[in-house]
Design a protein around this ligand. Sequence first.
Ligand code: APR
Ligand code: ZN
Ligand code: ZN
Length: 375
Amino acid sequence: ETAGTVIKCRAAVTWCVNEPFSIEVVEVAPPKAHEIRIKMVYTGICGSDDNAVYGKFKDMQFPIILGHEGVGIVESIGGGVKGFKPGDKVIPLFAPQCGQCRCCKDPRTNICTTARMERPKGLMADGTSRFTCKGKKIYNFLNTSTFTEYTVIDEIAAVKIDENTALDNISLIGCGFSTGYGSALNAAKVHPGSSCAVFGLGGVGLAAVMGCKAAGASRIIGVDINKGKFGLAKELGATECINPKDYDKPIQQVLVEQTGGGLDYVFECIGDTETMVAAINSSHHGFGTTVIVGVSAANKTITFDPMIFLTGRTLTGSVFGGWKPKDSVPKLVHDYMEKKFDLDKLVTHRLPFEKINEGFDYLRKGKSIRTILRF
Ligand code: APR
Ligand code: ZN
Ligand code: ZN
């Protein structure tokens, strides 16, 4: 019986920017009111975790336990928790859903105002942390922190999934898969017969390719500077792949020429401001839609000639693929179990948790799509 006690367990702590992960023994305090403590079973390594190591995002403090794409089992619950009990299988939600705020009640968005505006960053709702290591307070990442054997999460930032779900690959529904797939289905609303381009063929971009295919796009162009990504992209639905390095002219010019004036839908799944502008300029001037999916660095801005929108282009973006997470994740899990999409193909590597640095190495060298760490 661990409920109500401080749990000592292993976690991968990032002590400061640009440091490798350090496997440490941490103390994880019991969940307070409206919190749950989760025993992690698997966690994926996402491009955003890597970006966080490099200090790309604002509102981030070290030392921190990163990781936001995971799956686990509820160990214990705090006071007032209604939707969870010990033993439940759960997916943490880096984009929470309180269900009460103006945005949660509006079908046009999946961004919860409570989570976004009214909660401290890197800490629980009461402004404190549940993690300590060597006497120091450790911050959490995106309400989740999955690079630890046990984590404590606000009840608005986790969702219960079917007890019969096979957990091996399902952590991808907690970020990469849903983010990319939903960007095509929800944010862009790709229509049958349309033309699409996906910039960046990592886990997020490949899931966007899957979404474009599921929506019936007839042309799906994968764009990446690593041609090692093209094989899987084609397997998942890309009809062709382009490496910008193979051309002397800008990639937007190549795409506009090859598509008779530009694409119906363009997805930026890299998080780079230059490729964001290239994506916009690759969309058709009369009706092209660009969806920003990648997360750009703190304080970076983009500039463009406003006339590019005068003729009818649309620029939008989505977090977590536009899915309202509490409502959608159980359905996505169900659809996965029914084999309506094949996210298993995105999992290229599996490692024990303590080999986390090796997993990040594969990502940085462009060798992996998703590595899943098992606890
Ligand atoms: N042009 C084309 N492709 C590029 C470029 C570029 N200038 N720069 C990088 N890429 C490709 C990489 O080669 C890689 O295949 O973009 C891909 C990025 O994939 P990952 O690093 O695996 O990242 P992923 O987990 O897919 O996340 C992508 O979404 O969640 C956000 O913060 C995350 O912004 C990141 C993005
Ligand atoms: Zn992610
Ligand atoms: Zn809300």
